[in-house]
Design a protein. Structure first.
Length: 427
């Protein structure tokens, strides 16, 4: 969307949503044709993304530009892959515009800060980009007119099509295991967020919005004002959030429900208060109990996020977490294995202690070291952690009382099919 405001012609190709093979995607690209093909990288999905870059580069040999979080962590490692021609490091608003202008003109972007590129067989890095993080209120809404909006849904959404949205970005709390930088938190003007919601509903026919804020409930006045604006405008749409339990209260939950909140994802993580404290996740378990209870009173679906395999975690600690999950009675749970990831402090300490950097090796093309990461420092081997994760899921979902409660709350045959499919996957 920002590129379009600067006069560029842009096409967004979601090959996954459209079910395209690399050959079919290359045909679509060739019809455009572009000055450059741009990809956003994240560490965990780098090699699958690289496979697409390689396949498409052979079929549609246009210059490749990459950006995203990965370029701020392992930029030199990313650029060891010859299929990648240019990289954007840091904020990319004006940087990408200037870089594409150089590519189109066939000139080297030596005067563009915050980029890297190939020249004379070497990779050149320009000085860091001094541009501060731009407010999301200053840029246009995402270019949803370029997306196949009708394709987007999930197994847990009750309405579709869906879209994702941000009312803020970043998180200031600094949980030691989290890979989200704590120094980049920004919140949007709630009226501006309401404008985007209205555009989604009225222009694109969106029926459910998944807010991807790391901590949607940070800033009570902002949240309340957004809800009041949705109600004032008469916008009818369902939405879901990621909530921090100690930033919720009964009045806020009730107002969010009136404004359309249908599902609340709560980061519980552990049932041991000492483990939460050890990793700077200082949320009282009683606050979690209250948050889930308020949501249940308002008939808001809840999904609890849990982690097993913490450094120092014992079987007794994991059992306490499972029992806490059963006590909470969320509608759904997601159980993740502790997998240290950059640039979190937990991962940095692991690299310092061991002298090994498995995610760097992964970026260079060797994923073998990742197998030893899950459950590092806990009482569980990676194989034992797999079994514990499955046990957690089964003990929660395979309860007659839970199954009856879920069946009574189903809103459609589609939900029933999704529920059965998920159950079969846990056998």
């Amino acid at each position: 969307a920002y590129l379009e405001t600067k006069g560029f012609q842009v096409r967004f190709l979601d090959a996954s949503a459209l079910g395209l093979t690399p050959e079919a995607a290359a045909d679509e690209v060739g019809e455009f044709p572009p000055a450059a093909i741009c990809y956003s990288l994240c560490t965990q999905n780098f090699l699958p993304t690289l496979a697409w870059i390689k396949a498409l580069k052979k079929l549609a040999p246009f210059p490749v530009v990459v950006g995203g979080v990965q370029m701020g962590i392992y930029p030199r490692e990313v650029m060891t892959h010859p299929e990648i021609d240019y990289g954007v490091i840091g904020e990319g608003w004006d940087t990408l515009c200037r870089l594409v202008e150089h590519i189109a003109a066939g000139s080297a972007p030596a005067d563009v800060p915050g980029v890297c590129y190939r020249a004379g067989g070497e990779v050149i890095f320009t000085p860091p980009n001094p541009e501060p993080a731009r407010s999301l209120d200053e840029v246009p809404f995402p270019a949803r007119h370029l997306l196949p909006n009708e394709k987007y849904t999930t197994v847990m959404t009750r309405e579709w099509p869906i879209t994702v949205m941000l009312s803020s970005r970043g998180c200031p709390f600094g949980c030691l295991y989290c890979d989200v930088p704590r120094d980049r938190y920004q919140s949007r003007d709630p009226l501006r967020t309401a404008d985007e919601i209205e555009e989604c509903v009225r222009r694109f026919g969106i029926r459910e919005i998944l807010f991807q804020d790391e901590t949607f409930t940070l800033g009570r006045e902002r949240v309340m004002k957004l809800c009041e604006e949705i109600l004032r405008r008469g916008i009818k749409v369902s939405w879901s959030i990621r909530a921090r339990a100690d930033l919720l209260d009964r009045e806020m939950v009730a107002l969010m429900k009136r404004a359309g909140l249908g599902k609340m994802n709560v980061g519980v993580e552990s049932g041991r208060q000492e483990i939460l404290g050890r990793f700077n996740r200082n949320i009282p378990l009683d606050a979690v109990r209250s948050a889930v209870a308020w949501a249940r009173e308002e008939k808001i679906l809840t999904l609890g996020f849990f982690i097993v395999g913490w450094p120092g975690e014992t079987r007794e600690d994991a059992e306490a977490t499972i029992r806490f999950a059963l006590e909470l009675e969320c509608d759904f749970i997601q159980v993740n294995k502790m997998m240290p990831q950059p640039p979190s402090l937990v991962y940095r300490e692991l690299v310092q202690e061991t002298g090994k950097d498995p995610w760097r090796d992964y970026t260079l093309g060797d994923p073998s070291g990742l197998a030893s990461l899950p459950g590092t420092g806990s009482a569980f081997s990676p194989e034992e952690l797999d079994k514990l994760q499955m046990e957690f899921f089964r003990r929660f979902y395979f309860r007659p009382a839970y199954a009856w409660r879920r069946l009574r709350g189903l809103g459609s045959w589609r939900e029933l099919r999704a529920l059965l499919s998920s159950a079969l996957a846990l056998r």
